[in-house]
Design a protein around this ligand. Structure first.
Ligand SMILES: *[C@@H]1O[C@H](CO)[C@@H](O)[C@H](O)[C@H]1NC(C)=O
Ligand SMILES: [Zn+2]
Length: 413
């Protein structure tokens, strides 16, 4: 069977409404891309079907792609791998089992916490409680409305006037649940911790949190498909839904490392800021005073990335960001030995255009910006078990302390 037939036969994934996608015995394969021909066939596969089944799109030679394969396609995919001599490895043997084990079997308490993952409504009602509890230091911003008319919210934590502002954007990619859990954990620590280092961070900086940016996608991962990444806006040109919001910003939009195909997981969208979510946050960012540091939370891979993604050329203050990044990942590894790698996006992972941190840096003139790719390195991938929420949050918080310290030393904060 050639790859054309495989593409047509494979991976068709239709859901009737109200049904939740199951991934019983589905495998996740990691595929090494070693030459242009391999890249081409893998991209063909993505473009010829709902690209849904790539977890990591095939973007360039010498990187890997990850693909989800249904049990009745194992034989085909094996033949496909052999035909194109694609080196591959089974990363996950039964995706549904990972999903079933993601949340704890027994929920220890009814109130909001960090021992399980929460949906958007629970996160928002927790924010409402905080706003009541801390009316003098917390401000709410309903800064946007998603395609499906959900409110996109931010809260700002400020204890005094004139502070530099640090921005945390979380869950721009729907399935990266650990990001919302970590962002809310950090906000909670900031409000309640007696650790002098944390108190100092909160006294001397204003913090803006967007706990869930891709609200529609996040809701969809809870209701229907745990593996959804993109927004939920349809386009007249295709039956595939949604753009990659982290390729949709108006900075080198549609350049290298993003797709023009609506079925791709890295579809940049029909035009810059075609997605209401990315447009809303960009307008909101412009209103934030004294914004000195922008961060975007993602998973997984254990990386700390900074601009640029559209070019291998180094940003003007590349050296400083590398230095800050290095101190940060050293601090992250101290607690549990979790290894991160730091670098500019293009060199540390791959070319990717139109990301939020590149836009914040390149257009909104925020002097330093970073993307965190949290745990793990693919063992669970996006389905990080809930008992890792607190360890992940603690090491990231260690990293944040070091990041702010080094940025201050270099006079960015
Ligand atoms: C969102 O709300 C507007 C105004 O009420 C409505 O016209 C539109 O159809 C809604 N969109 C969706 C996707 O529900
Ligand atoms: Zn992501």
């Amino acid at each position: 069977m050639n790859f054309l037939t495989l593409a047509i036969l494979s991976l068709c994934f239709l859901l009737t409404s109200g049904e939740k996608a199951r991934f019983e015995n589905y495998r996740v394969y990691s595929i090494k891309i070693q030459n242009e021909q391999q890249l081409e066939v893998l991209q063909y596969l993505e473009n010829s079907q709902n690209g849904l089944f790539y977890i990591e799109s095939p973007i360039s030679v010498f990187k890997s792609a990850e693909i989800i394969v249904a049990p009745h396609r194992f034989a085909d995919i094996t033949e496909f791998f052999e035909r194109y001599q694609l080196e591959n490895e089974i990363r996950v043997d039964n995706l549904q089992k990972l999903i079933d084990n993601e949340q704890p079997k027994f929920t220890p308490r009814a109130t909001f916490g960090w021992e399980k993952y929460y949906d958007l409504e629970n996160i928002y009602s927790w924010l409402d409680q905080l706003l009541e509890q801390y009316p003098n230091e917390l401000t709410n911003y309903n800064f946007g409305t998603s395609y499906e008319n959900r409110t996109i919210r931010a809260v700002k934590l400020s204890r005094k006037k004139g502070n530099p502002t640090i921005f945390i954007e979380s869950t721009i990619h729907a399935r990266e649940w650990i990001t919302a859990a970590t962002a809310t954990y950090i906000l909670n620590e900031f409000l309640s911790s007696s650790d002098p280092q944390i108190k100092e961070l909160v006294e001397n900086y204003d913090w803006v949190f967007v706990p869930v940016l891709n609200v529609d996608g996040y809701a969809y991962t809870h209701s229907t498909n745990r593996m959804w990444r993109k927004t939920r806006q349809p386009y007249s040109s295709s039956s595939c839904i949604g753009s990659d919001p982290n390729r949709n910003f108006d900075f080198h939009h549609g350049d290298v490392g993003s797709s023009t195909n609506p079925c791709s997981e890295t579809y940049a969208g029909p035009k810059p800021f075609s997605e209401p979510e990315t447009f809303a946050i960009s307008e909101f960012i412009k209103t934030v005073d004294n914004l000195k540091l922008y961060m975007s939370f993602h998973s997984y891979s254990q990386l700390l990335l900074f601009p640029f993604g559209h070019t291998y050329d180094h940003a003007p203050n590349h050296k400083d960001m590398f230095q800050i990044g290095t101190k940060t990942i050293e601090a992250i590894s101290k607690r549990y030995g979790t290894d991160y790698v730091t670098g500019n996006i293009a060199e540390a992972i791959y070319l990717a255009s139109g990301s939020s941190i590149d836009w914040a840096y390149g257009v909104a003139n925020v002097p330093i910006s970073f993307t965190f790719e949290f745990r793990d390195k693919g063992q669970h991938g996006f389905i990080l078990p809930a008992d890792q929420i607190i360890p992940n949050s603690l090491e990231v918080l260690d990293g944040l302390k070091a990041l702010v310290k080094e940025a201050k030393l270099l006079k960015y904060l």
